[in-house]
Design a protein around this ligand. Structure first.
Ligand code: SF4
Ligand code: SF4
Length: 428
């Protein structure tokens, strides 16, 4: 809910919903007829020598571009490879889409993980659990640019309306506790903080982490805000929390690690908050790779022509253009907006009302920034108007009276600058 100050001089605030009492159990979505797994990196027929159409796939099998490839996905079903193709993600990200015709949801199992999971180790976790539900940031612990000393587990959700992690914290205490113990064992890091929203703070004394309360004002749940408000450290512009030695994971990611080592089995069901056109929400549990259209169908939601499907929450989610888009290990929310409710954007000029500046949690001079972004002057925007301090909360777009898509401009600018940096490095 948006609370605006009476005289308009203090920042308006938007509160996260923190659910008091029990959340209903998620609806179990049926296994899909075919599952699409998105493997990071472009599809190159010459490199992808490992699989071809018609190859059998076992539940739990690791699928990679090639034997020495860094990225992988774990098959959440048993079946046969239907097709392998390229898939273009947001901002030029390339994937290889492996489409598996499902024979049995959890049929014959590849036992590689089970045989290696007796004694938890970072090697095993890196080898099998990087794309488990919640996508734990395990690679960070081996990245030589970071020296991680603190793990922060967030037990709420960063976007509005989403209750996925709140459910995990309330209902999967044992898996979360086991995951925390495993993280300590495999990383050697004892300083683990469980950051929970508002009133949740009671009852986590014996979970193996120090429970800390996070404010319920959006965007207090963003890692940069938790760093500032709970750890007392400001993340400098252009840096990330990992640069200061803190690694962030969601409660679901940690519970997945706990489940995997407890049951010696790869977890494949992702919890998702689905928000329908009327704004009501429901939690579902779907196998990774399930087309989102199947989830809508089982919930009785119809996507009509020109309705908008959003993966993620209302403030930071991204639109997708097909109901075939699959559930990914980090898909925490799905929304569908009726075509008549889609907030419009405009090319009206900035009227200098100052609303965006008042609401921005990091005090960026957005009225000036937006002028450079609209003109495509991204380097000036970064050098003179603090582009890299932006934590991408989306509040400025939400309040802009001229309906300027500021947040989208900011994301595009960061993407373009990154591309320029990579191109320059390649030419050196
Ligand atoms: S998205 Fe907008 S409001 Fe949020 S931090 Fe960035 S500039 Fe500020
Ligand atoms: S809210 Fe929109 S119109 Fe107002 S100052 Fe910011 S960019 Fe300009």
């Amino acid at each position: 809910m948006l609370k605006k100050s009476f005289i308009g001089l203090v920042k308006p605030t938007i509160q996260y919903d923190s659910i008091i009492g029990d959340l209903p159990d998620p609806k179990m979505i049926a296994p899909p007829a075919s599952a699409t797994l998105l493997l990071e990196g472009p599809f190159d027929r010459r490199d992808s020598t490992l699989y071809t159409q018609g190859d059998p796939v076992k539940f739990g099998q690791k699928l990679m571009h090639s034997a020495d490839s860094d990225s992988y996905v774990i098959a959440p079903v048993s079946g046969t490879i239907n097709a392998i193709s390229s898939y273009a993600g947001d901002f030029g990200k390339s994937y290889t889409a492996v489409d598996v015709a499902v024979a049995v949801a959890e049929g014959e199992e590849d036992d590689q993980f089970a045989t290696q999971s007796d004694l938890p180790s970072l090697d095993t976790a890196l080898d099998y659990l990087v794309c488990t539900p919640g996508t734990p940031a395990l690679k960070t612990f081996r990245d030589p640019q970071y020296s991680i000393h603190t793990i922060v587990i967030y037990g709420g959700d960063t976007d509005l309306l989403v209750t996925t992690n709140q459910y995990v914290v309330k209902n999967r205490f044992d898996a979360l506790k086991k995951g925390i113990a495993v993280l300590k064992e495999i990383t050697g890091i004892e300083n683990i903080i469980l950051a929970v929203p508002g009133e949740f703070i009671q009852g986590y004394g014996h979970i193996g982490a120090e429970a800390k309360r996070v404010d319920t004002t959006y965007p207090a749940a963003f890692p940069q805000m938790i760093m500032q408000n709970i750890l007392g450290q400001t993340v400098p512009a252009g840096k990330i929390c990992e640069d200061l030695g803190a690694c962030f994971m969601t409660a679901e990611a940690v519970a997945s690690i706990g489940d995997a080592f407890e049951k010696r089995r790869y977890p494949v069901r992702k919890l998702i908050t689905v928000v329908n056109k009327a704004g009501s929400r429901q939690l579902v549990s779907a196998i990774i790779g399930t087309p989102i259209g199947q989830i809508f169908h089982e919930l009785g939601i119809t996507a009509d022509d020109r309705d908008r499907i959003i993966v993620g929450g209302p403030m930071t989610g991204s639109a997708v253009y097909s109901e075939d888009y699959p559930v990914m290990p980090d898909t925490s929310a799905l929304m569908i907006q009726d075509k008549t409710d889609i907030p419009y954007v405009s090319d009206y000029p900035c009227i200098n009302c100052g609303d965006c500046i008042r609401i921005c949690p990091v005090n960026i001079p957005i009225d000036m920034l937006v002028r450079f972004l609209e003109a495509g002057q991204y380097e000036e925007a970064a050098d003179r108007y603090d582009l890299y301090s932006c934590i991408e909360c989306g509040l400025c777009s939400f309040v802009c009276v001229s309906k300027i898509p500021i947040f989208q401009f900011i994301r595009l600018a960061k993407y373009e600058l990154e591309r320029m940096k990579l191109a320059e490095a390649a030419n050196e």
